[in-house]
Each structure stands twice: as structure tokens, then as C-alpha cells.
Design a protein around this ligand. Sequence first.
Ligand code: MSP
Length: 502
Amino acid sequence: MKKFYITTPIYYVNDKPHLGHAYTTIAADILARWHRMKGERVFFLTGTDEHGEKVAKSAREKNITPREICDQNSSRFSKVFDILDISYDRFIRTTEADHEKLVSKVLNELNKKKLIYSGVYKGLYCVGCERYYTNKELSDGKCPIHQQEPITLAEDCYFLKLSSFQRQLLNLIKTKALIIEPESRKNEILGFLTSEKLEDLAISREKVEWGVPIPWDKSQSVYVWVDALLNYLSGIGWKGPGQKWPLFWPPEVQLIGKDILRFHAVLWPAILLSLGAPLFKKLYVHGYFTVNGQKMSKSLGNAIDAEELALVFGSDAFRWLIVSSFSFGSDGDISQSRLYDKYNSDLSNGLGNLVRRVLVLAAKNKKNSFFPDKSSNADFKNKIAKIWQGYEAALEDFKFETTLDNISDLVAFCDRYVDAKKPWELFKNNQPEYQKTIYNLLEVLRHLGWMLLPFMPSKSDLIFESLGLLGKEKIKSLEQGQKWGKVKFTNVKQGKALFPRL
Ligand code: MSP
């Protein structure tokens, strides 16, 4: 059986879960559900990134321990992910014992391989980002994310010989042994690796009280990014150097936002190469969204709370709205008013209205039975087969918005079909044609139930439920589900409105 290991970044535990976090995680969940639907064995990893000076500082301010603040905040993320129906297989926390143990073991291994040396690091450090910046990366002397001037730090530390990986990384990316998508992000990294000399990386910090200690020098803690990246290995149970790679290793897809591209396209593969680990198959980099034209951030105070919005629209509608707002690999803007408009047009007046309309029309037949009829099916059969083809191609290509646009087109097509056929009239004067028409519509709804499954798992169940097919469809393979005209409908129910108007 094919396996599929997918990861999201792990989220800074200090932040409140906002729309940005929800975006990456919902996209990963859609892919995880899609691959499960195809019958693959899926492992979907997400979690929280919990070490570092920022967490220790927040704990001091609140007069509680870092552990307490991590417990409180991490559960906010897992709670929101539960509200959003995120079907993760593990929610990893970097303060868990198995993870911390692995980090120490990996550091020892890199040291044993002479990839680590001690030195002094002097540089411009942004406390907000917990990272050093080069002059070139600053905008007007300020951190481009926090708009704050970095502080100059000089400290003893350990370095990783990252520079020795430059040529190898370049080759791997050029030859597509390491796939970075979309193309623009791949070119960004190739440009960086071609035009700049890769520097060795300071991978420890002095006096960080909340971190994993360097195993042979307890006065130093492991740099949070090295610690955090290793979650992808500890999260599926790798026990450390010399131990066999877990069944799910390597990841088929690692999803990230564009802000953390270099960590994942340079540092992460360099660590894996050092460990002799097979590399992840694909890094997919999504865009950033702004809110009402403004960059969304905690410091600007315009971060949209993911939980609030999920409660307004309901989890399924929220999932639809957030991935259909703009194309996944690009940047885009989200405004609350556009989300409302989209809810009403795509869902309330679109999909939800069609489902209600068809169920009401079906209820005219008191026998409640609709059977396939070969003579009327050919057009629909071909149309649906084509839509499925496009659906699969778009999902394999991370084009969520295209998939949902195609679903909306199918809904509009059915609305036109109802308007043209006028089944309420057929019911009175042409029963056989009424039966065929309603059969086709019910069968499209069943297909919509399948197509919506990765995007809106609860509404997909509700559609099957209304068709009286929930149990039966659940045990089918996707291939069986995709066949046209094999199902009899004998227990169609009314059900409640899928998307009440807001
Ligand atoms: N902790 C690190 C990741 C370590 S992974 C080994 C981190 N965390 S984060 O919480 O700041 O960001 C996590 C993800 O959320 C990133 O993929 C980031 O791109 C995404 N987003 C945060 N804000 C976003 C937007 N405004 N728009 C889209 N995605 C954004 O980085």
C-alpha cells in the first residue's frame, strides 16, 4: 500500500492561533484526507514549537513556569485544530521527552562527524524572530518582519559546517532530487545558493534557559531552528543515529509558508544529509496573505483569530473559504466582507441551495425510490468523469481553488439543468422523465459528497446522510464511489440547511 507522510511547520507556542496558522494546517489536512480517500496509508504531523528565549520571557512576565505557559498555549492550538476538524495523526510538542532526547542524540552525532566546531558569533539578532539577520536581509536597518532594529550580539557558540553543503544542495535542487515548488520558490533558493556564499551556522546559544542543552556543554542550548526542524523525525518515532528509518520516512510533502523557505530548503536538507537520511520528496511553499491589504501580524494587532472565524462560519465553510480565496502558491488578500460574500454566493446560494432544491423535488415521489436508467445517463456520466479527472489533477498540483471552482461550476450546471427541465412540471405530466431527471441530480449530489470529503468532511457526511447512503458510501473505495449510475436511492431524507444564510 502506498504511504503518504505530510507535515506542517510546528507553530510558535507563544502566538495565538491565527488565520495564517489555520491556512497551512487546513491545506495539509485536505491533502491528508485526499490521500486517505485514495486508500493510502497516511501520517499527518503538526504541533507546536516550544523552546526559546521568547517563551521564557513570556513566562517570567506572567509569573508562571515556561512549562506551564507551553501547556496552556499548546492546547489552544490543538483545540482550534480540533474545531477545524484537522485529522492529524500526531500533534507533536518540542518539549516532549522523545523529541528532546532525539535532539541531543543528533547533536552528538553531528559532533562525532566533525561537522560542529566552537567559535564566537557576532551578529545582528532579532529577538522577535529569534534569529540573526545579515545586513542585506534587513530593510532600512530593521527586521523586515517586526520592523524593529536588531541587537548586536557576540557570544561563544558552536557552528555547524553548513558552508560545506552548498554545492551538494545546489546539485540536488537543480537535478530535482530535491523538489521545491512552486517554480518561483525553487528559483529563489537556486538564486541564493548561486549568488551568495553559504556561511556556517551558529547552532547554539548561550544562557537560553528554556531549550535543549548542548549535550557536551550545558552552558549552551541548541538553536531553536535546529531543535524545531528535528520534529519531522521525532514526530514519526525515529530513535536516533544508528536506528532504522521509520516506515513513513521520508515525507512525501512538507508544507511551509514562504517566510521559512531557507530554513527548510537549506538548513533542513543539510541536517538530513549529515545524518545520511533520505531527503523529503517535496517542499511545497505557499504564499502569505494580507488582511484588508495589510500584512497580518501580532505586533500590528490585525491578526484574525482562527477560532472566532471558524465559529462564525462553521468549520467546514471556513475551510472552503480560506482555501478558495486565492491560489495556494501565491500571495493574496483576505477581507472579512469578502469572506461573507463568498459564503453567501458559493455556499448558501450555491451548493447549499442546490442540495435543498434537489431534496425537495425528490420528496414529491412518495415511493422514495429512484433507479438508474441507461438511456439518460451518458451526458452526465461523461461530464462527471471529466470533472473527476480535473479534480485529481488539481489536487496533485496543490490547486485547491481550482478544485473548488470546478465544484461550483458543477453546482451551477445542475441549477441550469433544473431550470431547464422543470421537474415540478415533469412530475405532473411526464413521470418517467421526472424520475430520470431526479436520479441524475441525486447522483450528482452523491458525487459532490465524495468531492467535498477532503474539504468539508462534515458536510460531505450530511449529504450522504440526506441521500440515505452514509454507511454505504463510507465503506466504498474511491474507485467505486466515482462510478456513475450504479446506486439506487430509496431513502432520501430532507435534512437541515447545509449553509444557513448569514
Ligand atoms: N515555528 C516556526 C516553524 C518551525 S518548523 C520546523 C514558525 N512558526 S509560525 O507559527 O510563525 O508560522 C508557521 C506557519 O504559519 C508558517 O508556514 C507561516 O508561513 C504560516 N503563516 C504565518 N502567517 C501567515 C500569513 N499571514 N499568511 C499565510 N501563512 C502564514 O515559523
